[in-house]
Design a protein around this ligand. Structure first.
Ligand SMILES: Cc1cc2nc3c(=O)[nH]c(=O)nc-3n(C[C@H](O)[C@H](O)[C@H](O)COP(=O)(O)O)c2cc1C
Length: 158
C-alpha cells in the first residue's frame, strides 16, 4: 500500500535537472512553465517527451502552436525556476530572451535549449504527454540546477 504523499516522497528521490518549457499562441503571445518531466525519447528520429498538467494556464497553447522549446536551467537560475513555476502575470517581463526558429522564447544564460514541433499528444491522467520532433538544439554548457527532495541543489562533483 502507499498514499499520494509517500509516492511524492519516493519520486522526490529521483533527482532531475530543471527546465523552463516555452510555447506561444497563434497571436504570438508567449508562455512558459518550469518542468522536470522531460525525457530524451529517441535519437533516430530525434524526439523529446514532455508532460504538461491539464490545469496549467499554458496547457491549451501547446495544443494551438504545436511547438515548444526546452530551456535547460543553469545552477544560478533558481529565481527563474521559481518565477515560471507560478501561474499568471507576464512571466517574461525583465527576463532576457529572444525568439527561436519556431517564434518561441529561448531564455538567455541557460545550459542549452532544444526546439521541437509536437508530433503526438497522449493522455496521461491529469497530464498530457507531448512528443516533440527536434528541429534545432543548441549547447552552451555550464553547471546545472538540480531538483531533489522538493528542493533546489547544485551538482557537487566527486
Ligand atoms: C521543479 C519543478 C518541476 C515541475 N515540473 C512540471 C512538469 O513537468 N509539468 C508540469 O505541467 N508542471 C510542472 N511543474 C509545475 C508548473 O511549473 C506550475 O504548475 C506552473 O505554475 C504552471 O504554469 P502555468 O499555469 O502558467 O502554465 C513543476 C514545478 C517545479 C517547481
Amino acid at each position: 500500500m502507499f498514499d499520494a504523499k509517500e509516492l511524492r516522497r519516493v519520486m522526490g528521490l529521483f533527482a532531475t535537472g530543471v527546465t523552463v518549457i516555452t510555447t506561444r499562441d497563434a497571436g504570438g503571445r508567449v508562455y512558459g512553465l518550469t518542468a522536470n518531466a522531460v525525457t530524451s525519447l529517441s535519437l533516430v528520429p530525434p524526439l523529446l517527451l514532455i508532460c504538461i498538467d491539464k490545469q496549467a494556464e499554458s496547457h491549451p497553447h501547446f495544443l494551438d502552436s504545436k511547438c515548444f522549446i526546452v530551456n535547460i536551467l543553469a545552477e544560478d537560475q533558481e529565481a527563474l525556476s521559481t518565477r515560471f513555476a507560478k501561474s499568471g502575470g507576464d512571466k517574461f517581463t525583465g527576463v532576457a530572451h529572444h525568439l527561436g526558429r519556431l517564434d518561441t522564447p529561448v531564455l538567455d544564460g541557460t545550459l542549452g535549449h532544444v526546439e521541437c514541433r509536437i508530433v503526438e499528444t497522449h493522455e496521461g491522467g491529469d497530464h498530457v504527454i507531448h512528443v516533440g520532433a527536434v528541429e534545432h538544439a543548441e549547447l552552451r554548457g555550464g553547471a546545472p540546477l538540480i531538483f531533489f527532495q522538493g528542493k533546489y541543489h547544485q551538482l557537487r562533483s566527486r
